[in-house]
Design a protein around this ligand. Structure first.
Ligand code: GCB
Length: 584
């Protein structure tokens, strides 16, 4: 549960300038740095470390993936003493070891995901020292993987420096805020709200875990409606309830109506904790070849994106989030996928408010199945799937879970691997479709049990290069074949072409703005002519940084329809026009 501020809860944001140093010999722990270290330089938190410094040692700071150490000294804020206290990290990439006042609090593996350590017994009233060792190195047994042996990637390996098995820069560091959190001793621990629709009414099925005697719910709606109260009985610290919302105002992209549902925990007849959620009443379902929102067919128009910006790297940057939503609105999008890792919680809060339909993806990108270590990769993917669903389950904006992007699934082990992940996701949430985003097309045998067929295609770019006619024709045939075989709704989850901003060619030619605009136009026209296609996500909203490679000029992927500093290319204007016409 994201920390809140109310009469019972408080948090303090530790963002700011921390002390930092690299540990090229990986000797920091033996040298006692966990208790505090010297020889540091200031660093901004949250942000990736890679683009903050020009130099550090022979490799330069940019390509230095750690290990590195962070340290912060702080006093306990007023009002925190006597509470349950914890430290919450929004995202540390990739591996974090955390010490508080010399005491080891724990380790978390995997970036892009929040994790919490209890710190109640280890915080001092006056001076505290928080130390974090961060290891962002690429390895075959990490997810996403890197530094693979050449043969591991079944021929798909991209050779780049740093050597990622994925196409974005492996930014590392403390990339989202670190919060010091105070909660009551008797508290609400977990809330699950699953919406349903019954005629004109909405239903909110609520599950609560809390360490009090009992609880009550307060539902606030719109304007003049009076808040509705309802008791919730707790047994063995768990309780369930169903809240009926008469004549509900449903949540949708056109009307992102949100209710406010407050949980009050009671102990000895007194309220001892409270937590409020914004909830949207909406349903998602797959029926035949259709994707339904609130029982009506819905078509996803939108993009994939990256958390990526100059200097801050993958760091949490609120103005860029606001700008990106503005770009999405301006161009007429209603949807995006969190390619290729979970985005910040704040990004999803805004998607709820602004009415975007989100395919929420784990960080399992670039998976391979040929080499050893599959058990370990499965374990990590299971951890990431559970963490993602636990974190994002209450967002109305999240309409599907994506378990992975472009696994090298031609290997027979892939199907069993995804069957296990799919079953896990389903055991945690039955209210949303589950998918894997594929590049192998019909050979993705997991489509037999996945709920949506998501395919990435670059015909006219990586294949049929420069020849859009053949590319689009081949795509059309492939989509028909996919639907004929699996009979499930299809989303073209990536398609796009690089365009160097300001480079023009008529007739259109690869890398020109005209070619990108034409490519996307032809794809959109094709996709919207196929009744079983339920979505189109352009790759990518903005240009973004990658590793160095011969196929990545300036270490950028230029498939953005906006530049990295968020200015439109020709394609953005074209898409805006096309999607506006569709809405009419
Ligand atoms: C893909 C990947 C994405 C790449 C993109 C490209 O299929 O999913 O991560 O950036 O292609 O531009 O090659």
């Amino acid at each position: 549960m994201f920390p809140q501020q109310n009469a019972f809860r408080q948090y303090f944001d530790l963002s700011g300038f921390w002390d930092f140093r690299f540990d090229p010999e990986d000797q920091g722990q033996a040298a006692g740095w966990a208790d505090g270290f010297e020889g540091s330089q200031p660093i901004a938190v949250p942000a990736s470390w890679n683009d903050q410094f020009l130099e550090d040692g022979a490799g330069g700071a940019r390509d230095n993936l750690g290990p590195a150490w962070y340290q912060l000294n702080f006093g306990l804020p007023w009002g925190f003493a006597g509470r349950q206290l914890s430290l919450r990290f929004g995202s540390v990439n990739y591996l974090a070891d955390v010490w508080l006042n010399g005491v080891f609090l724990g380790r978390h593996e995997g970036g892009h995901m929040a994790f919490v350590f209890d710190a109640t017994e280890h915080l001092h009233a006056d001076a505290n020292r928080l130390v974090v060792r961060v290891d962002g190195r690429l390895a075959p047994d990490r997810v996403p993987p890197g530094n693979l042996p050449r043969e591991a990637n079944e021929g798909f390996a991209m050779h780049s420096y740093p050597d990622t098995a994925f196409d974005f820069f492996p930014y590392c560091g403390i990339q989202r805020p670190v919060l010091l959190v105070a909660t009551p001793r008797q508290a609400i621990h977990d809330i699950t709200v699953t919406p349903a629709i019954d005629g004109e009414d909405g239903l909110l099925r609520v599950k609560l875990k809390a360490s009090g005697d009992n609880a009550r719910l307060v539902l606030e709606g719109f304007g003049s409606q009076r808040p509705a109260r309802q008791a919730l009985k707790l047994e063995w610290e768990q309780g369930e309830a169903e809240v009926r919302v008469p004549k509900a105002s449903l949540w949708s992209p056109a009307h992102p109506n949100l209710y406010r549902l407050t949980f009050e925990l009671l102990s000895g007849g007194q309220v001892c904790d409270a937590y409020s959620l914004q909830v949207g009443i909406r349903t998602v379902a797959v029926e035949g070849s259709l994707l339904l929102l609130n029982g009506e067919p819905i078509f996803l128009r939108g993009f994939c994106r990256h958390e990526d910006f100059p200097v801050s790297g993958r760091g949490y940057l609120p103005p860029v989030i606001v700008r990106d939503y503005d770009l999405l609105k301006w161009v007429g999008a209603n949807s995006f996928r969190t390619s290729h890792y979970p985005y910040s919680e704040q990004m999803l809060d805004l998607a709820d408010r602004l009415g975007f339909l989100v395919i929420d993806e784990t960080q399992a990108v670039g998976l391979f199945f040929k080499e050893g270590g599959l058990e370990r990769r499965l374990e990590l993917c299971q951890q990431f799937t559970s963490e993602l669903i636990q974190r994002d389950k209450n967002h109305p904006c999240v309409i599907a879970w994506s378990l992975a992007n472009e696994p090298n699934s031609i290997h027979p082990a892939a199907k069993g691997f995804f069957r296990q992940l799919y079953d896990l996701a389903r055991s945690l949430d039955t209210s949303r479709p589950v998918t894997v985003v594929s590049m192998v097309g019909e050979a993705e045998e997991s489509f037999e049990f996945l709920d949506l067929v998501c395919l990435n295609r670059y015909n006219g770019w990586y294949t049929q290069s420069g020849d859009l006619d053949s590319g689009v024709q081949a795509l059309s045939a492939e989509l028909d074949a996919l639907y004929a075989r699996y009979k499930k709704p299809v989303i073209l989850s990536e398609f796009g072409a690089d365009a160097l901003p300001g480079h023009h060619a008529q007739p259109p030619e690869m890398f020109s703005e005209e070619y990108q605009a034409e490519f996307i136009t032809r794809y959109i026209q094709l996709l919207e002519s196929k009744p079983y296609v339920v979505g189109e996500h352009v790759w990518n909203l903005c240009d973004f940084k990658t590793s160095q490679a011969v196929f990545r000029m300036n270490s950028f992927n230029y498939k953005g329809v906006f530049t990295r500093d968020r200015r439109p290319k020709l394609a953005a204007h074209r898409i805006k026009q096309l999607w506006e016409e569709k809405k009419r």
